[in-house]
Design a protein around this ligand. Structure first.
Ligand code: ADP
Ligand code: MG
Length: 693
């Protein structure tokens, strides 16, 4: 249960004054659905309103707070003319200027003859002094509140700075005094304030540097967040370790048969990874290992060989993919090979219903199905295994600590192998997986041809269409990926449909379209047509996994490549270059490109090494943006920035491990406080590991 002290923070933002249900979606887009999310909404700068000159001395371009008497209202004299209010002091006059100003409201705010404090950016216009849309207009008694250093918050359309400031402060007022979860000696050494003080200073900065620079306030809060992250991961890991494992050491009989059926021998990296996995499985502890490797580096084969060991020991093995399409693709690889060894393999997805499904469930329960490939449907409650020994989770580029926990609950003592195709820089690896054991497939299977990558302005569309025509005429197939547009799936779709129409005009029936709004069977049908070659150009939104292995596909066109994360571009590009023909990738971009965008696309052109691309992406863009975090599901930090706080992350890892060694149940006073920290950062799943197992 969440500690009671945190209750006021874990309520919808609508609990705050000034936030009605109508505006709730805007607040959710800005910061998040809960009051606690507003605490983490960092100012992006400050405005200093302490400068308070007389009208005649107010310099253009500066923010100033002036005390003036309202002289006369001059309503707008035409549609494009602003509403103006003339104000005076003993040195002169100035105009307050309002476009689309509403007279009744303005007359109430600024009654003629009264004194008001107004604050905003001073402009000199036609030899007159004016302020357009003042940020503040208050009675003189409220002058002190206005003449201050004011935080400036990132906004979203529909919310004003003033609203955001007010509501964030209301959230801040609800922040309780909490027990200190940081080690006092460490706090003292770093000179960091307490949590509540730090938070208060963050939202009431006295100077620009307090919010912008990496000072004690920011670092304290970043460290809290990183510690919660690292502690949660370490707890999940410790939990898995405490659970009894089993010794899975195969006799190699099935493996030998499958190896004989493989048309190739393993790469050095595959053999090394397999040896590491074998060693883990042979230990009487639970395996929790990450298998990292680029698309096409041969993870599936490694996973299959590991699964065979489990079957050799009389257990079952499961492979879970993030999407239906990928599950089917794994099935297509695994089935013939496992078949060669006389094994029964089943596919289980959410789409299987009725008798077929019942038969598979029965096979899993009585053990006649040795290997099962599927989607998340595999881990639903009604699925029971006779004896699940190994679970492989292909996370592709999604990450779910939850799924790993769910798995731990399935089966007696399941070893877990997590596969990811996202090359993750070491620092980020730590945030997503803690210090989980990792094997890297950093060597491509032999015979792969380099992909010719070109960076092309969108203006050269004609040439690109021409190149696509030539490729298709030569019997090749082409992927055409349309970009992510803002946050809206609808406009994604519109862009893809538009491109589909355009290409269909040129190439007719041969162009297919697949997008995230399509139902599974319809999607699969189009993919199947593309795989079979009845269609040879496939227009796709990125909402779908362009995950099917089509060796004939040799051209990848990506529109608005500048909008993608590098890792995503890398993944998409990996869809071509799988056959023996030369392949190419055309990255279409919209001009003008920023320097960073240019450097990023250049990285794509220069290398196909996913790990190098990932490191470069981190360097060029900084933490939050990296890998297109939002799509990848890597933990997003609100307060920490890994390009700034890499060394704090390492410290948090050590701190978390030390803490769990000393107080594995988190029962000491600091342990209790750390539980609160975990809840504060919504790592509830980790806290639950303390009670189970
Ligand atoms: P990943 O799952 O990492 O994307 P796959 O396991 O699907 O990669 O392998 C990609 C392709 O490479 C498959 O067609 C597979 O048969 C082939 N492959 C895997 N390992 C080797 C190898 N050692 N030598 C040659 N081809 C390989
Ligand atoms: Mg694969």
């Amino acid at each position: 249960m969440r500690p009671q002290a945190l209750f006021p923070l874990f309520v919808p933002v609508t609990a705050l004054p000034g936030v009605g249900p109508r505006l709730a979606p805007l607040w959710e887009r800005l910061a998040g659905p809960m009051v606690v999310d507003l605490l983490w909404h960092r100012p992006s700068g400050v405005v200093d309103r302490r400068f308070s000159p007389k009208i005649a001395e107010a310099p253009a371009g500066r923010v100033a707070t002036l005390t003036v008497q309202v002289d006369a209202h001059m309503p707008s004299s035409g549609p494009k003319r602003p509403y103006r209010v003339r104000c005076v002091d003993e040195t002169g006059f100035l105009h307050l200027v309002f476009f689309h100003g509403r007279e009744d409201w303005l007359r109430r705010q600024l009654p003629e003859g009264e004194w008001r404090v107004v604050s905003g950016t001073v402009e000199h216009f036609n030899n007159e002094i004016q302020i357009t849309h003042p940020d503040h207009m208050v009675p003189v008694e409220e002058k002190d509140a206005v003449m201050a250093v004011e935080p400036v918050y990132p906004l979203t359309a529909g919310l004003t700075v003033r609203q955001v400031t007010k509501v964030v402060r209301a959230a801040l007022d609800r922040a309780p005094e909490l027990p200190e979860w940081q080690d006092p000696a460490w706090l003292a050494r770093e000179g960091w304030p307490g949590w509540r003080t730090a938070l208060h200073t963050l939202h009431h900065p006295e100077a620009e540097r307090e919010v912008l620079e990496d000072g004690p306030v920011r670092r304290r809060l970043a460290y809290d967040e990183l510690l919660a992250n690292q502690l949660a991961l370490a707890m999940v890991r410790a939990h898995m370790r405490r659970l009894k494992g089993r010794v899975l050491r195969g006799d190699g009989a099935l493996r030998a048969k499958v190896m004989a059926a493989l048309p190739f021998s393993l790469t050095g990296a595959q053999s090394r990874a397999l040896a590491e996995i074998d060693a883990d499985m042979a230990e009487p502890m639970r395996m929790l290992r990450l298998l990292q490797g680029d698309v096409g580096s041969g993870k599936t084969v490694v996973a299959l060989l590991a699964m065979l060991s489990a079957v050799e020991c009389g257990a079952q093995a499961a492979l879970m993919a993030p999407t239906e399409i990928l599950a089917r693709q794994h099935m297509a690889t695994i089935q013939p090979l496992a078949g060669a060894a006389g094994l029964r393999v089943a596919l289980l997805t959410g789409r299987d219903k009725g008798k077929a499904r019942a038969a598979i469930l029965e096979g899993l329960e009585d053990g006649s199905v040795h290997l099962v490939v599927g989607t998340h449907a595999l881990f639903q409650e009604e699925v029971a295994f006779r004896d699940l020994g190994l679970a492989v989770i292909d996370e592709q580029h999604r990450f779910g600590v939850h799924q790993r926990l769910e798995l731990a609950a399935k089966g007696g003592a399941v070893d877990v192998l997590v596969m990811t195709a996202t090359p993750i820089p070491r620092t980020l690896l730590l945030t997503a997986y803690g210090d989980m054991d990792a094997s890297r497939l950093d060597e491509k299977p032999p015979g792969r041809r380099p992909i010719d990558t070109r960076i092309v302005p969108l203006g050269r569309m004609e040439d690109v269409v021409g190149a696509v025509g030539r490729a298709v005429a030569a019997g090749n197939r082409v992927y055409w990926v349309c970009p992510l547009v803002e946050e809206s799936e609808t406009s994604d779709l519109a862009a893809a449909e538009e491109r589909h129409r355009h290409l269909s005009e040129v190439f007719g029936e041969r162009v297919g379209l697949v997008h995230g709004r399509m139902k599974g069977p319809a999607k699969d049908a189009v993919m199947a047509e593309f795989a079979a070659g009845t269609r040879d150009i496939l227009v796709a939104t990125t909402v779908i996994e362009v995950g099917v292995d089509v060796p004939e596909a040799t051209v990848m066109v990506i529109e608005h490549a500048e909008r993608f994360g590098l890792a995503q571009l890398h993944q998409l590009r990996g869809r071509v270059g799988r056959g023996d023909k030369p392949s190419s990738c055309l990255l279409l971009y919209d001009q003008p490109l920023t320097e960073t965008a240019k450097a990023r696309l250049e990285t794509m052109r220069a290398t196909e090494d996913g790990f190098r691309i990932a490191e470069e992406d981190l360097r060029l863009r900084g933490g939050g943006e990296v890998l297109g975090t939002r799509q990848s599901g890597l933990p997003e930090f609100r307060l920490a920035d890994l390009t700034l706080h890499g060394e704090l992350l390492a410290a948090a890892r050590d701190d978390a491990q030390l803490m769990l060694r000393r107080d594995p149940e988190l029962k000491s006073p600091r342990g209790e406080a750390l539980r609160v920290l975990l809840y504060l950062f919504e790592r509830d799943a980790a806290v639950r590991t303390l009670r189970s197992g």
